[in-house]
Ligand binder design. Sequence first.
Ligand code: S3P
Length: 450
Amino acid sequence: MSGHGAPIPMTSRPCGPLKGEAIVPGDKSISHRSLILGALAVGETKISGLLEGEDVIDTAKAMRAFGADVVDHGGGDWSVFGVGVGGFAEPDQVIDCGNSGTGVRLIMGCMATTGITATFTGDASLNKRPMARVTDPIALFGAQSVGRSEGRLPMTIVGAKEPVPVRYTTPVPSAQVKSAVLLAALNAPGQTVVIEKEATRDHTERMLAGFGADISVRDTDEGREITLTGQPELVAQEIAVPRDPSSAAFPVCAALITPGSDVLVPNIGLNPTRAGLFTTLQEMGADLTFENEREEGGEPVADLRAKFSPDLKGIDVDPARAASMIDEYPVLSVVASFAQGDTVMKGVKELRVKESDRIDAMAKGLRANGVEVEEGEDWWIVKGLGHGNVPGGGTCESQLDHRIAMSFMVMGMAAQKPVSVDDGGPIATSFPIFENLMGNLGAQIVRTNA
Ligand code: S3P
């Protein structure tokens, strides 16, 4: 769990070219889902390449608390011996999901239709985040919930003993909400229909189909409509987790802004619901290429090569692409600082309710490093200074948010002066090898309390 240890201040100093291969960890979204669906299947699900970050470890612990046998074989190889759909046991302790919105929201969905009661909590960041977006739809299945004011954790969910299927249109573009509803639907009889107006990451749908659920997706005038038939027997699977495009974003963006760089990031999952950042960077003039494009385990995969790109231009980022790059706006705003002209990011209200308010956290940190930012409730503009002109020299608050901490470490690599964060500890939630990996490429990141 993050947020419990002493802060780890970090500084990233301007560095020479970044060169070499960046082997980033497994995909966080797919790692959570592998453990959860493994726990709901019958038999042994074998997972390779699991992200062993704090968020995912917290989900593994939670699956044990609900009765699944979860075994760590080392080196990213894990087994989950599932309890079957509807087979969750009532945990005898509070479930602590640490920093992870994905963990807590998906698990709440799973248990909401099982007739057991569970209490959830998290760290200071997670306990500020909105949970009504999950408790509202699970109430339609018949679950009850009591939490703190404004639907915050800690929260107790009393699962529905006799769940009914639902038809639900997600009010915000959120794969976590969509997934919570689909996972709740697993133990409701009949057909549940979830409609999302904008497509969000579709790993849950793909994996449910892979585990043998009866699930179909079609585009309608209302949006993307997903129909799931409840009470299937999910069959244990072998899952090779692809490497995380959201983690790849950091070495890629660092290479684009650091003079002389040439970095290869192999084997990255490029599911179109996740790959929006890379299209955006190419529109900005990034020297970013996809090598060896192929399919692995039903997901498109490629090796990314990123080279220093001195002539990046600010652009208006297509708001229709927001969901497919929602976690990448912090590091995009760093790249935008090194581009010529304004980068305009609209339709991004969801950034306000992530691990931190990411518009606020980035705007404050960018300003502390000499970059101008304008912001509104659901938009922001970064006023790019062009390559070589970003002052740096600031200390930023990471606000218990791994992506804020990593973004400012990337900024320090190419700014005129070092860039610091008050706490790099949260990086371990999603990218525990970040400092080593970037150091091996040539970055100079130091722990400043060491
Ligand atoms: C995730 C969905 C996204 C994303 C998060 C992971 C997932 O959140 O920000 O890091 O695995 O489903 P929302 O679905 O709330 O946008």
